[in-house]
Design a protein around this ligand. Structure first.
Ligand code: IYR
Length: 326
């Protein structure tokens, strides 16, 4: 796979393709980052952007993980003490998950976001941003029902992080796209470059395939799940024999296939679905598309696909789970 294909595989949106191509042509010394609010335990959403960071490391990028403690505080996720404790645990879980410690720079937001120059640039960017734009950028990120002043400052700081961390590429799930668009539009007004961004897909709710999987409601998979928890959640997941089912006129996704596509195939060279000989014996896949085609044709039964998925997810989560136990 060439560098551009590796960098952009499984991305939902690349802004812009030309800009990412230029980075892929000369990845030496290029920096990419994802920021995470330290709250709760590492879950499958964090793991999806982490997979992209691993792709970027493999393509030769330097990778920065921002543990956004100030952002978590502004979004009402707890006291600084609680948030920093969570940040420390998250860092260890990311490393257990597979982010090479020697190649990954972990930065706490408060290490630079309270500096005088940052705060003054923040105010300059506040002058360039309407309240309604900031509010719109937070639609899929804010916690709670109303938008606080703190949450309006949040996306402006996120834009400025791109400048202060000196990154060439900002990565986030699709829920971050409006913050990144705000950054692209407003940073040039304070004399900074418009950043290049890439967004990863959101996995649908495991139980229904509708909406997106979220740790605050519905069923998600986290590093705290036991092998049995994972089996139980995956076995009861929505998995019709098609990737884009429609039910009662409502668009749905097949979360079992999504997890194979975005979590399993990027991390395992081949995927074996074990079956007793009397049901046709094992199936062996080296790409996602052939597994999807077999599910669609009926060659692969959803129950067998789920059994294999639970096993691979357990393998991905096991090292981080050991960290939590320790
Ligand atoms: N908005 C992210 C957290 C975050 C991301 C970046 I990229 C930053 O520069 C700062 C914060 C979230 O929703 O978790």
């Amino acid at each position: 796979m060439d560098a551009y294909d590796l960098i952009t595989r499984n991305a939902s949106e690349v802004v812009t393709e030309d800009e990412v191509r230029a980075l892929a042509d000369d990845p030496e010394g290029k920096r990419a980052y994802v920021g995470y609010e330290p709250s709760g335990v590492l879950h499958i959403g964090h793991m999806l952007t982490a997979n992209k960071l691993i792709d970027l490391q493999d393509a030769g990028f330097e990778v920065v993980v921002l543990l956004a403690d100030v952002h978590a505080y502004l979004n009402g996720k707890g006291t600084f003490e609680e948030i920093r404790e969570t940040a420390e645990r998250m860092k260890e879980q990311f490393i257990a998950y597979g982010l090479d410690e020697s190649q990954t720079e972990f930065v706490l937001g408060s290490e630079f976001q309270l500096d005088e120059s940052y705060v003054l640039d923040l105010h300059a960017l506040e002058l360039e941003t309407t309240l309604s734009r900031a509010e719109r950028a937070m639609a899929e990120i804010k916690s709670g029902d109303s938008v606080t002043v703190a949450q309006a400052v949040y996306p402006i700081m996120q834009a400025l992080d791109i400048v202060y961390l000196d990154v060439d590429l900002a990565i986030g799930g699709m829920e971050q796209r409006k913050v990144h668009m705000l950054a692209r539009d407003t940073l040039p007004n304070i004399g900074e470059e418009s950043p290049t961004c890439m967004h990863t897909p959101l996995i649908a709710d495991l139980a229904t395939g509708a909406g997106k999987m979220s740790s605050s409601k519905g069923v998600t998979i986290s590093m705290e799940d036991s092998t049995e928890d994972i089996e139980e959640k995956v076995n009861s997941a929505f998995c019709p024999p098609t990737a884009n089912p429609t039910e009662d006129g409502e668009e749905r996704e097949n979360p079992v296939l999504q997890i194979f596509e975005y979590h399993v195939f990027p991390r395992f060279e081949r995927v074996v679905v074990e079956r007793p000989d009397k049901y046709g014996g094992n199936l062996d896949y080296d790409d996602y598309e052939s597994l999807e085609a077999d599910l669609e044709s009926g060659e692969l039964h959803p129950a067998d696909a789920k059994g294999a998925l639970a096993g691979y997810l357990d393998e991905l989560i096991a090292p981080g789970r050991k960290k939590i136990d320790a």
